[in-house]
Ligand binder design. Structure first.
Ligand code: PMV
Length: 332
């Protein structure tokens, strides 16, 4: 039989939103994350050099993947290629083209770094006919994200690879049954540096370890109750748990003394959503900027969205609980 030579393989991976449990998950607790329809695509095709094309970030260039210090626009994709090729002892070069579909390269906190890493690994594994399990792809993608940014729980990588809504503890994704999630998402307009905020929190923990251990345990309890609320579709209860979680995030000592890892803009979008009838609202992710999320009954979602806009936020319309990374197509 004639060997089939693949021309181009494209994979897509979703973005993510943290429903409950940010920061605590970095310290071994559980969180709940949902995959959102803000996908990143990666295409792999044969080439005579390792070439990276991230046009929405203004990057198109050959890169030596034996290095480990990559241009920042393609650091995740390049490290993914390096790790994949090392794992399978592959030397044949490829061209990788990446593109974020909804956010067009803008960083809004929907997890494009994890998504591009996951999409690149899934596309490479198909391109090179390696039969990797989801867990193997997750582990290689998580290693890649840590190689680049050094910190992180891998919750975003789990959402990108597995999709759906997950109860997640470092390295251990557990799918939750969840058909609908009435989320209204508000972008603050302020890009947040997850790595910087995680480092600042780590610094505060060094000064007050017991204080933070207590907060993380409380968050973990909220997450476990959140799992039950999702499984029983008790949205009112889930909203109340989001509010409780936000209350604890305000008690973090860093970086702002007055509202912890929250901020004035996050607080005003959260208040607007609650006043307009949301069950619950909180920041999602490291905090300070990026996005807030609110959970609202269907008939209130439009007024919640309007209220977020009036309070200065940008509503991002995208579905939650979407499928994980998958192959989009093969061909030229
Ligand atoms: O800022 P984001 O959306 O990437 O979320 C970070 C969530 C943290 O728990 C603070 C860090 C992590 O890797 O879990």
């Amino acid at each position: 039989m004639k060997a089939h030579k693949k021309e181009m393989v494209t994979a897509q991976a979703p973005g993510k939103l943290m429903l409950l449990g940010e920061h605590a998950v970095v310290y071994g607790r559980n969180c709940i994350v949902t995959a959102v329809d803000a996908p990143v695509r990666a295409s792999v095709s044969p080439s005579d050099e390792f070439y990276f094309d991230a046009r929405d970030l203004g990057f198109s260039q050959a890169v030596d993947v034996r290095e480990s210090d990559f241009p920042k626009q393609v650091a995740f994709a390049a490290f993914a290629v390096k790790n994949f090729c090392e794992r399978f002892s592959i030397t044949a070069p490829v061209r990788i083209a990446t593109e974020s579909i909804v956010t067009a390269g803008r960083k809004v906190g929907l997890g494009s770094s994890a998504s591009v890493t996951a999409a690149t690994i899934v596309a490479l594994s198909h391109f090179h006919s390696k039969n990797m399990s989801r867990q193997e792809m997750f582990e290689l993608a998580f290693k890649t994200v840590l190689d680049v940014q050094k910190v992180g729980s891998g919750f975003d990588v789990a959402a990108a690879i597995y999709g759906g809504t997950l109860l997640y503890r470092r390295g251990e994704p557990a799918p939750l049954k969840c058909d609908k999630l009435g989320l209204v998402i508000g972008y603050t307009g302020i890009p947040a540096s997850t790595v910087d905020i995680v480092r600042q929190v780590a610094e505060s923990i060094r000064n007050q370890p017991d204080y933070y251990e207590g907060l993380f345990d409380e968050i973990n309890r909220i997450v476990i109750n959140g799992k039950k609320a999702i499984e029983s579709e008790n949205w009112q209860a889930l909203g109340e748990l989001m509010n409780q979680n936000q209350g604890i995030l305000r008690k973090f000592r860093s970086p702002s003394e007055s509202c912890g890892v929250s901020s004035e803009i996050l607080e005003s979008l959260i208040k607007a959503a609650l006043d307009a009838g949301a069950y619950g609202a909180k920041l999602s992710g490291a905090g300070v900027g990026d996005c807030m999320i609110s959970l609202a009954p269907e008939e209130k979602q439009e007024s919640v969205a309007d209220a977020i806009t009036k309070a200065g936020g940008t509503v991002i319309s995208c579905l939650a609980n979407v499928p994980g990374a998958r192959i989009m197509g093969e061909g030229n």
